[in-house]
Design a protein. Structure first.
Length: 177
């Protein structure tokens, strides 16, 4: 259900678009002509903050994981909206990384397995050259997996966190070795 401003809501009971649903809608339409994707892309582009990142809704403060989700949509959607938008988003992700190599997530600013894994995955997908701080990110992820709590949120295993780690591991392995 594409809304008049071009974004997509989380579900039919919401009438406000958000960047998360819209970016994954764009990914789902990646094989459609650009004309079909035009309004969705315009919504995402107009939702980008001055710092290069995205929040959940237009005007919300930028957040690393949500920025990575939007970049995922733009990268997979064919992004006829220009590489400058992607470069600004990547710049935000690089600046948002903590000194210990981690990122928070849209659920918490604290260190996050999901945020760290998915941001690292998107940096690799965007062709950003391997950095020393990427080693710190992988060490953090590896430590959490070895401790056995990497995929838990509120003491419950979360599939999407595991998927984020697998994506990061796959793309990092193919680049580093």
């Amino acid at each position: 259900m594409l809304l008049p401003e071009g974004g997509l809501p989380t579900n039919q009971s919401h009438d406000e678009p958000n960047t998360y649903a819209t970016s994954y809608g764009l990914r789902a339409l990646k094989n459609e002509p650009d004309a079909v994707k035009k309004d969705i892309g315009k919504f995402l582009v107009s939702s980008q903050n001055l710092d290069g990142g995205w929040g959940l809704k237009k005007g919300d403060p930028s957040e690393p994981t949500l920025t990575a989700y939007v970049l995922h949509g733009l990268l997979d959607g064919g992004s006829p909206w220009g590489s400058e938008i992607i470069k600004r988003g990547i710049g935000f992700l690089l600046r948002a990384r903590k000194k210990n190599g981690t990122w928070g997530s849209w659920l918490s600013e604290a260190e996050s397995v999901e945020g760290t894994a998915f941001c690292l995955y998107i940096l690799r997908r965007a062709g950003v050259v391997w950095e020393e701080s990427d080693d710190l990110s992988l060490e953090y992820l590896s430590d959490r997996v070895m401790r056995g709590d990497a995929f838990k949120m509120n003491n419950v295993d979360q599939l999407w966190v595991a998927v984020s780690v697998l994506l990061a591991a796959h793309v990092c392995e193919s680049i580093r070795y």
